[in-house]
Design a protein around this ligand. Structure first.
Ligand code: FES
Length: 584
């Protein structure tokens, strides 16, 4: 049975604000089921109010002076809700946690069922021959796994930019990377973001081996939603259910798991060969809701941070350079500690940080490049080794190869990892800016933008409304100055109207300055706004200073999968094109 995610309790912002530090008991009024929520400075943890012994109900433990423990009313077992470990009897069980998903300052508790599907049909690890399982790092999130006779490849971003033209490869992939892509027996693509699903990279595959099996998770936003419009032909895309082993051959199988925070679009993977597990959490925020296999042979995860427009692209109010620098520093530190703790909890035999090797290389993004500091893999591995001396760490260089057999037999062996020859160029020093920029910017002069009504047509297609938010969108040049004769307009998302100025009523307000080429490319192709936001292609100010989850979630994940019908639009417009001049 496929793994499913189910919301078991929803709390609005007011109820969440009223939660006290420590233990909170909550009941779902509709089905009468009870839940425990523990709050501390790090956030919330939650579980069902159901004892693992025989299903008894927990109440506050009057003997507990720390306020962390609940007592089962049936046979007095005790559960520490801050750690989700049973303390009486000690060292026996951990409580299955519910995912805490934040939505508009409120919270949903989500249950994954089953929580640990990799335990279905377990295999005993067999001894591996030297060279039987090798893992080769190519670049960013792209790894090649050779397991016996089969080769799997993860997330091939091997050429071109990601997020419009905001991200570029930092590590230079080995020369034969595209060849390796075309020779793979199976390709896993974790999610639709363009640093994982790279159409320029897949174009080579489309030209040479369009029938290579590609595997993606069954996310509600299909990973390949844009395939038909992309010009890339791939004929063997397999959408697989979550939490079910998929057999590649008699020894090799894999299972795709969903992300707890973004189950609608993000996934991670466990690959198993002859009973040896490789866990790749990619850049899931909360892979499988935080429930993951421990003691896997190899774990790889993201580490770097800096993959969001916040706060780099924000202006005005508190967003001074000092505030941003402090925030970025703290977030990096938190991420570093979180990853090191996760590794400590899961105790893999080998750990490899990856999926963070991008750079805002274009000269016009120098500001972002200079302030968007990221964690270094060396730093994380040093911390990991300090916390867990027995875990072997791997800081991958493009083309470096880990031999799993050697690494498991003797973690200290220098033979286990083969680095590329010393004179190998590891970092990119030039990128094909013009090739990709020209394609994006060619849309600026497209006929549709000669008609001011494209604005109404586009936002009606986007279909986001009934939300008290007014957005002013300003088209800009590369330096975020108004684009000559560019559009500058308001959208009132309460009733999806297009006023000439901000309305009188109380409303939340966003001002977004978008680079004209990227914005028009997105509009014309019906693309998601992640290219603008994650790709640092805009500057944003807001009043009040709050995150509008519904707005960004809609424009970054939920836009229609069918692009706007611009032919119909042009037909509808009057026959004489109107030159764009002042567009206020
Ligand atoms: S059911 Fe909870 S201790 Fe027995």
């Amino acid at each position: 049975m496929a793994q499913k995610a189910r919301t078991v309790l929803t709390l609005d912002a007011e109820t969440v604000n009223a939660l006290k530090h420590g233990i909170n008991f909550k009941k779902n009024r509709e089905d009468g089921k009870c839940y425990i929520i523990y709050k501390d400075n790090r956030g919330l943890r939650a579980c069902k109010n159901q004892c693992k012994h025989q299903g008894g109900l927990f109440i506050e433990d009057m003997e507990d002076i720390d306020g962390k423990t609940v007592r089962c009313t049936k046979h007095n077992w005790k559960l520490n809700v801050s750690s989700m470990e049973y303390v009486n009897p000690p060292d026996c069980f951990t409580q299955d946690e519910l995912e805490v998903v934040w939505v508009n300052e409120g919270v949903q508790l989500v249950e994954l069922s089953p929580p640990d599907p990799w335990n279905v049909d377990p295999k005993t690890p067999e001894e591996l021959e030297v060279g039987e399982v090798t893992v080769t790092y190519l670049t960013h999130a792209c790894m090649e796994l050779k397991c016996g006779r089969k080769t799997m490849l993860f997330d091939p971003w091997l050429t071109g930019p990601a997020f419009a033209r905001g991200w570029w490869l930092l590590h230079k992939p080995p020369e034969d990377s595209l060849e390796r892509l075309c020779q793979a027996d199976a390709i896993y693509i974790s999610h639709m973001h363009s640093d994982h699903l790279s159409y320029p990279s897949l174009k080579t595959l489309s030209d040479r081996r369009p029938d290579v099996p590609i595997y993606v998770g069954d996310t509600s936003r299909p990973v390949f939603w844009y395939l038909r419009s992309s010009g890339v032909t791939l004929t063997n895309i397999n959408v697989v259910p979550f939490g079910i082993w998929q057999n590649i051959d008699e020894h090799l199988r894999f299972m795709i798991l969903m992300d707890g925070v973004h189950p609608e679009m993000d996934t991670c993977i466990i690959v198993e060969y002859k009973g040896h597990k490789i866990l790749n959490t990619v850049d899931c925020t909360q892979p499988n809701g935080g429930q993951l296999p421990s003691a896997v042979d190899l774990m790889m995860s993201d580490f770097a941070g800096g993959a969001s427009g916040f706060p780099m692209s924000f202006t005005g109010g508190k967003y001074t350079e000092t505030w941003k620098a402090e925030f970025i520093k703290n977030e990096r530190k938190k991420l570093l500690n979180y990853k090191a703790q996760l590794v400590k909890t899961l105790q893999p035999k080998i750990y490899c940080p990856f999926a963070g090797y991008f750079i805002e290389a274009h000269p016009s993004d120098r500001y972002i490049r200079e302030i968007n500091m990221k964690n270094s893999a060396e730093e994380l591995n040093a911390l990991t080794r300090k916390l867990n001396p027995s875990i072997k760490t791997w800081t991958p260089k493009p083309g470096s190869v880990l031999d799993l057999s050697l690494a498991l037999k003797d973690p200290s062996s220098s033979m286990a990892i083969t680095d590329p020859p010393p004179n190998t160029q590891l970092y990119m020093n030039k990128w094909e800016f013009d090739l990709y920029m020209d394609e994006i910017n060619s849309v600026i002069t497209d006929d549709i933008f000669k008609h001011k009504n494209w604005i109404q047509f586009y936002y009606r297609w986007a279909d986001f409304k009934d939300y008290n938010l007014v957005v002013r969108v300003i088209e800009t040049d590369e330096d975020f100055r108004p684009f000559p004769n560019g559009y500058d307009y308001f959208v009132d998302f309460l009733d999806l109207s297009f006023p000439g100025q901000r309305p009188e009523r109380d409303h939340a307000y966003l001002e977004i300055k978008n680079r004209v080429g990227v914005m028009r490319y997105i509009v014309k192709n019906g693309l998601l706004w992640d290219s603008l936001y994650i790709g640092f292609q805009n500057r944003i100010s807001r009043d009040p200073d709050m995150f509008h989850f519904r707005f960004w979630n809609h424009f970054q994940i939920k836009l229609p999968t069918k692009r706007p019908d611009w032919n119909l639009f042009l037909l509808q417009e009057t026959s004489v094109p109107v030159q764009a001049d002042s567009h206020r």
